[in-house]
Design a protein. Structure first.
Length: 154
């Protein structure tokens, strides 16, 4: 999540990619430079987190498309279920389940805007098999239904 810095990074990436046909080697070097900047930014942000929370977030991100019981995440990190919940509340201000739902909706929003995948397929890619449950989740978290999100992107 780049927050307010996203437009600047996007502009840099679009500028670099636009020059690919003219100077492919220079573009490759600039892309790597941009990636290093992003990695440094991610490192700064994760340094503020408890190591266990950072590990849990990485685990969640890798498995966002499947079933993610909190107990499984806690076991991976090496803490109890209740301790993981306390850590998430302390460092992120929300429970683990709410964090997982929020990230699924953020990923769904990206897929809805960037692809033409059917709504049911977007839901399946995020571990939600029931299309109506997917729509309900997106509407509850984002305040807009998936179709409106897709239409707004066009």
């Amino acid at each position: 999540d780049l927050g307010d810095a996203f437009p600047a990074y996007r502009a840099r990436l679009e500028e670099v990619v636009g020059a690919y046909d003219i100077q492919p080697q220079r573009v490759a070097a600039r892309v790597w430079s941009l990636l290093w900047d992003l990695a440094a930014l991610a490192g700064e942000r994760s340094a503020d987190l408890d190591v266990r929370v950072a590990r849990a977030i990485a685990y969640i991100e890798r498995r966002l498309g499947g079933c993610l019981p909190v107990e499984e995440v806690a076991a991976h990190v090496g803490v109890s279920h209740s301790q993981l919940i306390r850590l998430f509340r302390r460092h992120l201000g929300l429970p683990v389940v709410a964090y997982i739902r929020k990230r699924r909706v953020e990923r769904a929003t990206h897929l809805l805007r960037a692809t033409d995948l059917p709504l049911a397929e977007v839901g399946r890619r995020l571990g939600i098999q029931d299309p109506s449950a997917f729509s309900r989740l997106v509407r509850t978290i984002s305040g807009r239904n998936p179709r409106r999100i897709r239409r707004a992107a066009r």
